[in-house]
Design a protein around this ligand. Structure first.
Ligand SMILES: Cc1ncc(COP(=O)(O)O)c(C=O)c1O
Length: 398
C-alpha cells in the first residue's frame, strides 16, 4: 500500500541544525570528544523555586486539563510582567499560553496569513518562519542583515522592497538568532513607522528579550501605533532555562489571541497544567535564578568572543543579547582554500570535535551574499569546555 502524503507536506521545512546534532552525537558515541556549539539548548539547570513549584503543583493534583488559554493566574501575572518590561498596557485577554515559544509562529501564520499572501521574514533567521509560511501556502520574502560598526543591522532596503512588492506581514526577531543582532532604537523606530504607514501586521519573536547582558531591552510593540498590530512570541525557555518544559505564550490584540486559543483547543487542548504553576512561581519569585543564568552566559560569551577573534581571519561581534555568535570566517576560508562553509564545518568537527552550525542552517544564502559565516551557540557548553575546544580549533585553523 502507498502511504498517503498530502501535497502540503512537500512544503514543510525543518531545522537542519538537528542534523548537525545527530552527526556530532554519532561521533560522540564512537568515542570522539565533542564540544557542542551547534544547538541553542541549555545545560543550565532550571531555578530551584520553579522546580519546587512544579512538584508541589503535581502533589496538589494540578495534573488534569486546565483552561485552553492557560490558568488565569499565569495569564494575569504574565500580562503584568510583560506590560512592565515592555512599557505597554496588557490584560489577561492579551495572553494565550502555549506549549513553548515555537507554537506561536505556526499559529500566528495560520491566523494572519491567507494562501498567496506575502510575508517578510529574516534570512539568516530561525528556519521555522520560512517552513510555516510555505507550509500554509504563503509566499516568503526574505530580508537579510548587514555588518555595521558594532554588530549586525537590518537590511532596511530589502524590507522597503518587500513592502513595495505587497508584503502585509513582517516577522521580526529582535534579539536575533543567529546573528545576535539588537536593533538600535532608531532602526526600530524606522521599522515601526513603516509598519504603521504601510499597514503591516507584525510577529515580534522575542524569544531572547530577557537574554540581555547590558542596557534595557526594547520591544517594537512599544512604539506608537504598534501594540494593536503586533503579536509577541514569549517563552519561558531561555529566561528560566526551561527549554524542555515547553511553555510560552502568544501576546497581542485580544481579538487575534482569541483565535489562537481556538487553535489551542484543536491542537493540544491546553498547555501542561503543573508546568504553568511552576512558571508562575518563576515570574513571582526572586530574580536570583534568571540573574545566575545571565551571568553564566555572559562569562561564556566573553571567553568565546575573545578566543574567536584571536584566530587570524575570524571576525566576531560581541552581541548584547541572545546566546549566539555569528562570526565572519571569510578570511579563514580563503587562507585554508576552502570554498564551501559546510566543508569547513565538517573539517573542524572531525579534526577537533568542535561542532557548530553554518549560515546554511539559517536559510538559503541571498543573491549577492559573498561573505561566509558560522554560528556558535554557547548555551549548552561550560566555560572550561569552551576554552579547551577553542584551543583545539585555534591550533587547527591558525
Ligand atoms: C528565534 C527563536 N524563536 C523561537 C524559538 C523557540 O523557542 P521555544 O524553545 O520556547 O519553543 C527559538 C528557539 O531556539 C528561537 O531561537
Amino acid at each position: 500500500m502507498t502511504v498517503p502524503i498530502a501535497e502540503r507536506m512537500s512544503r514543510i521545512g525543518t531545522e537542519t541544525a538537528f542534523a548537525v546534532s545527530l552527526e556530532a552525537g554519532t561521533l560522540a558515541r564512537q568515542g570522539k570528544k565533542i564540544y557542542p556549539f551547534h544547538l541553542g539548548d541549555m545545560n543550565i539547570i532550571t531555578p530551584q523555586n520553579v522546580m519546587d513549584a512544579a512538584i508541589d503543583a503535581m502533589k496538589k493534583g494540578k495534573t488534569g486539563y486546565c483552561p485552553t488559554a492557560g490558568i488565569p493566574e499565569l495569564r494575569e501575572a504574565l500580562a503584568k510582567d510583560i506590560a512592565a518590561s515592555h512599557k505597554i498596557s496588557l490584560t489577561s485577554d492579551n495572553i494565550t499560553i502555549q506549549p513553548g515559544g515555537k507554537p506561536t509562529i505556526g499559529k500566528f501564520i495560520m491566523t494572519a496569513m491567507n494562501p498567496g499572501d506575502k510575508v517578510l521574514y529574516p534570512n539568516p533567521g530561525y528556519p521555522i518562519y520560512e517552513s510555516q509560511i510555505e507550509f500554509h501556502g504563503g509566499k516568503g520574502i526574505p530580508y537579510g542583515y548587514k555588518e555595521a560598526q558594532n554588530g549586525f543591522v537590518l537590511d532596511m532596503d530589502a524590507i522597503y522592497q518587500g513592502v513595495k512588492a505587497g508584503a502585509k506581514i513582517l516577522i521580526y526577531n529582535n534579539y536575533q538568532n543567529p546573528t545576535g543582532a539588537s536593533s538600535p532604537k532608531a532602526e526600530m523606530e524606522e521599522l515601526a513607522r513603516l509598519c504603521v504607514k504601510s499597514d503591516i501586521f507584525v510577529l515580534a519573536d522575542e524569544a531572547y528579550y530577557d537574554i540581555r547582558y547590558g542596557g534595557e531591552p526594547v520591544s517594537i510593540a512599544s512604539f506608537p501605533g504598534m501594540a494593536e498590530r503586533t503579536v509577541m512570541l514569549y517563552t519561558f525557555s531561555k529566561k528560566f532555562a526551561m527549554t524542555g518544559w515547553r511553555l510560552g505564550s502568544a501576546v497581542g490584540p485580544a481579538q487575534f489571541i482569541e483565535y489562537i486559543s481556538k487553535i489551542n483547543v484543536n491542537d493540544e487542548s491546553c498547555s501542561n497544567h503543573f508546568v504553568q504553576w511552576a512558571a508562575l512561581a518563576g515570574l513571582k519569585g526572586s530574580n536570583e535564578g534568571p540573574a545566575i543564568i545571565l551571568a553564566t552566559l555572559k562569562e561564556r560569551r566573553d571567553v568565546l568572543v575573545d578566543m574567536l577573534n584571536a584566530i587570524p581571519g575570524v571576525k566576531c561581534f560581541r552581541p548584547e543579547a541572545t546566546f549566539y555568535l555569528f562570526p565572519n570566517v571569510t578570511g579563514v576560508m580563503k587562507r585554508k582554500k576552502i570554498d564551501n562553509v559546510e566543508e569547513l564545518r565538517k573539517a573542524c568537527l572531525y579534526e577537533t570535535g568542535v561542532s557548530f552550525c553554518t549560515r546554511r542552517h539559517f536559510g538559503r544564502p541571498l543573491p549577492g551574499e559573498t561573505d561566509q559565516y558560522i554560528r556558535f551557540a554557547y548555551s549548552g557548553i561550560d566555560v572550561d569546555q569552551i576554552r579547551e575546544g577553542m584551543k583545539k580549533l585555534t591550533d587547527f585553523l591558525k
